[in-house]
Write a protein that binds this ligand. Sequence first.
Ligand code: LUZ
Ligand code: MOS
Length: 767
Amino acid sequence: MKNVDSIGHVTGKSVYLDDIPVQKGTLHAIVFGSPVGHGKIKNIDYSEAQKLPGVTKIITFKDITGENQIGGIIQDEPLFAEEELHFYGQPIALIVAKDAFTARKAKALIKIDVEEYEVVTDPREAFKRGDLLFPSRSFQMGIVEEAWRACEYIFEGVADIGGQEHLYIETQGSYAYPMDNGSIKIHSSTQGPTAVQKTAARVLGLPMHRIEVDVARLGGAFGGKEDQASGFATMVALAAYVMEKPVKITLDRPDDMQMTGKRHPYSADYKIGLSKDLKIVAYQTTLYQNGGAASDLSPAIMERTLFHSTNSYYIPNTHVTVHSCKTNLPPNTAFRGFGAPQGVFTIESAIAHAADELNIPAYKIQEINFIQDGQEFQYGQIAKNVNNKATHEQALSRYDFASIEKEAADYNQKHIDKKRGVSIMPVCFGISFTKTPMNQARSLVHIYQDGSVGISTGAIEMGQGVNTKIIQVAASVLSIGTDKIKVESTNTTRVANTSPTAASTGADLNGHATRLACEVLINRLKQSAAESLNYKIDEVDIKNEYVYRNGEKTGVHWNELVESAFLKRVCLTENGHYATPKIHFDKTKEKGHPFAYHVYGTAITQVTVDCIRGTYAFDKVQIVHDFGKSMNPTIDFGQVEGALVQGMGWMTMEELAFHPNGKLASDSLSTYKIPDIYAVPKSVDIKALETEGAELGILKSKAVGEPPFLYGIGAFFAIRNAVKKFNRFYKPAFRAPYTHEKTLMDLYAKKSHNATTPQSEATESVK
Ligand code: LUZ
Ligand code: MOS
């Protein structure tokens, strides 16, 4: 099935937040944010700004009718700063005016006097000072301290990993207006309508039923709107509530980049021990997560880092710790992969380090350590239907890896100024929210009298095609054409208490809920047909919009069937509820069975580095991916391509730079580079692993949103391998992103970096 939104998108008719027709008298808002990264407000003078014609009101913490608190997991984040300032751009006030232009002019007239404090942006520095956002956590298996004695080889080092701007095409935005009887309706560009509802209710001091949140679709989110949409939605909801006027906000790009959190930068220490035959016997790592100024989703992201810290491998002795460090950056947040990519980068660095020292390619270590059925992940889940080895072996054979290696070797022999690097990147990603209670969803399905169907779920369409998949699920269970089915906007009054559309679970959770509702409806219709036609119930079937009896098509069409059921007062509406079975997790032991299943895959990346300039071009990325049984190959292959390129951008060219005062320096597309058509691989080939499909996935498919992001990590190691071919005695640091500048420096570096020095200290010693 084609994506239902494709024509709307191409013709510009799809409605995003900024396309919603606004009510007469709608006011527009912009945020006045902190001018420093850390400090205390001594005085603010709004009087000049207030006097500007067209300025209606400047809303501050003093206007809050409920609690000044938007922290979702830990309540440590005010909506508006009261006195202390913890990051540059931290919201202090909302300027509401007749238009955004006037509001922006008013912003320049606000006078603020601040006492500045020292700014910390480095997580290790924050850790040294004891600045943690919340308690650290560890996963352990076996006894790592004893296992070192059994190791033939032990290597220790450091991995530094950069953050990433989400760069959704549609920036954060929200539109709120008063309804009857003191209620507020909010349109928000959010992945989590319930999070918006709950946060607004808390800040306004209203019960949740007074707040209605409606979402048509988002122009991208990538995790950046899982939590951080709530603050902006709550600001305009508050303004609408206290002013009794419709109020809208749409962030411009620099404000969005400055004020919102990003993927967490991490710095990690690792220690890996191998036996003589290259089995990884022990692995220990401490990761310093750069959390920013408030907790946001960091506790959950920390958890997924722990879960994925051994990537695809079985390691009998592990000890992994994550510290969430409080720094003066905007609170870092969810971003496709949700902490897993940083954990995976770290172990792949440890493996590459070992491979360097043992003078073998990294894949020789990877391939003999894949976790196998019956073995235990370090969090207690027993591996089942593992496809690591299968995707690895198929990638090697279907893409003829032996020739790839040979061609690269020949190329490198022939060229002194250009070198080719090859890497293999295995992926193993757990599917389910790591917090078990979040794995539930509901779907409200109406069959209208004319036989058409309307579905409401908690899923947010953000370009990933979830609405199309939900239609496919309903069409397959009801056995009717997809043109008979429509997915409605996501609205908290139709489907309540929703989990955000996140963790790659949107299609599985909401698809299963839809399936369950449709199964009930189809059984009711069969019952009704059997009664009307005087058949036995088990003789009746409904196929391709017709009633069948004992496999024979009758003349009774779906529309007649529905009409007659309605006249008999059969209920044509059903609410399906799905809760992922089998999953559980005990946080006191850090053991359990948190994931419904895992997604596997292998990517082969080839890059050619220009050793004069330090530039590089990706020749090819070849992937074998475990889709389960894909229910929509066009959508799913698109997700793999998009995730791959997004992951490659993170690993190669996307570099966040901050001024010493904590202000983001790379706050526009001229200074923050994302992959364009020239940076993407010249060729991307994706092949589906042939499998029976996933038992718990929807229609046996597997979730596809996040796992392929991790293929991008292969880009880092491909460049690193090419650099080593040129600068043969040099061992490049594990510091992502591997920009052209860093590549150039590494090509001509004389002395290998000290593998145990984190980036922050390395930079210090250079200074
Ligand atoms: N969000 C969340 C996520 O709240 N829990 C998760 O486990 C998760 N995983 C990936 C992306 N978002
Ligand atoms: Mo996401 S990082 O699944 O919102």
